[in-house]
Design a protein around this ligand. Structure first.
Ligand code: SF4
Length: 365
């Protein structure tokens, strides 16, 4: 995934894990991706894909802040560097607030798949998803969804399950499927360590980490290590179970939900669609605005920074793989984490680091 505008965003969602990246010392900082880095990234990524399909995922911050011209340039560069018979696709994750007719025409014409962030009906969505001035955003986002539908732009909905909506699964599900008519739903549990703004995953002392079920591992307790807005583990389980029952009852075959698709896939012996359920993760490499590369955007901390080559090399892209079965000893108590980045260095790059893990794990109307 690419972060061409880094953490810059027009919203101020309470639970956002990325806004604080602008304050990291030795991080990429704010600002947009230069034309030089953009072309280098697109060329290297295309060069590094051996299959017939290349998928670019554009995220932020809020990538639409870059304006349509930036993405027109993206499409032109992709055409310039595409190999014969190669299909290039683009995903755009957005809060939807800047989408208008012109954007929708562009997205439709260039076959973009949109990921729209929306957390449920108005009183739920507006609880955490607010503007810099603290204003609600639901009405704008809902209108953006309707605009996308009118233009025939395909979109998924991305719903963060947090401490507030975690207890209202059926209100959320009813809204997404019946009011928004979303047929492709992603649920992401919000679980953040209180020190997430500065401390990278796997830098916590495992000796003092609470165990699963202990109050310190849940939001709202005096000594809790997670943020107030993190979803309670029991609520997350309750949320998934209630949605699953309703989905099974009414929507199997009509509505795709990331966790249930993964459940079925893994039951059939196929790979997981979600990294935290995978034996190995690390395929979602994140490229920041300055060309720096991280093994995952949840690992966007200086300790985990890799580099993209600034010279036109021959072999150019990096391959990362995290292996749960080679997790570092101190992280072993957590069975849901993935670890140990294995890196094939990129030519001319400054790739470093082995060993790390993912910290997001999943665990109630
Ligand atoms: S829209 Fe996304 S990037 Fe912007 S503040 Fe909200 S969660 Fe963060």
């Amino acid at each position: 995934m690419a972060k061409p505008v880094s953490s810059t965003c027009n919203l101020d969602c309470t639970y956002c894990y990325y806004l604080s990246k602008a304050m990291l010392s030795d991080g990429p900082g704010a600002g947009r991706m230069s034309d030089e880095v953009l072309e280098l990234f697109i060329k290297q990524y295309i060069d590094g894909v051996t299959g017939p399909e290349v998928v670019f995922s554009w995220q932020g911050g809020e990538p639409t802040l870059l304006g349509l011209e930036f993405f027109q340039k993206v499409v032109a560069l992709e055409k310039k560097h595409a190999k014969p018979n190669q299909k290039i696709q683009n995903d755009l994750q957005t809060n939807g607030t800047l989408l208008n007719e012109e954007w929708c025409e562009f997205l439709k014409a260039n076959h973009f798949l949109v990921g729209l962030s929306i957390d449920g009906p108005k009183e739920i969505h507006d609880y955490y998803r607010i503007t810099k001035g603290g204003k609600p955003t639901f009405d704008i986002v809902f209108n953006a969804a309707k605009l996308l539908q009118r233009h025939g732009v395909p979109f998924n909905t991305l719903t963060c399950v947090n401490r507030f909506n975690g207890r209202r699964p059926l209100d959320v599900y009813r809204f997404l499927t019946q009011e928004l008519n979303s047929t492709h739903i992603q649920f992401i549990p919000i679980v953040e360590h209180k020190t997430f703004e500065k401390a990278a995953p796997q830098t916590w002392d495992p000796a003092i980490l609470p165990r699963d079920g202990e109050p310190e591992a849940r939001p709202g307790y005096p000594n809790s290590i997670v943020t107030e807005w993190s979803v309670d583990p029991d609520d997350w389980g309750y949320f998934l179970c209630r949605v699953f029952d309703r989905w099974l009852d009414r929507d199997v075959g009509k509505v795709m939900i990331n966790h249930f698709e993964t459940l079925v896939a893994q039951h059939l012996g196929l790979p997981s669609l979600i990294c935290v359920y995978s034996k190995n993760c690390g395929k979602a490499v994140a490229v920041e605005n300055d060309g720096s590369v991280y093994s995952c955007d949840h690992y966007m901390y200086p300790e985990y920074r890799l580099e993209i080559s600034k010279t036109a090399g021959s072999v150019t892209w990096c391959s990362l793989r995290r292996r749960k079965d080679s997790v570092r000893p101190r992280a072993k108590p957590c069975l849901n984490i993935a670890a140990n980045v294995l890196i094939r260095p990129i030519v001319g790059g400054n790739v470093r680091r082995t060993g790390s893990s993912a910290h997001r794990t999943a665990n109630r109307d």
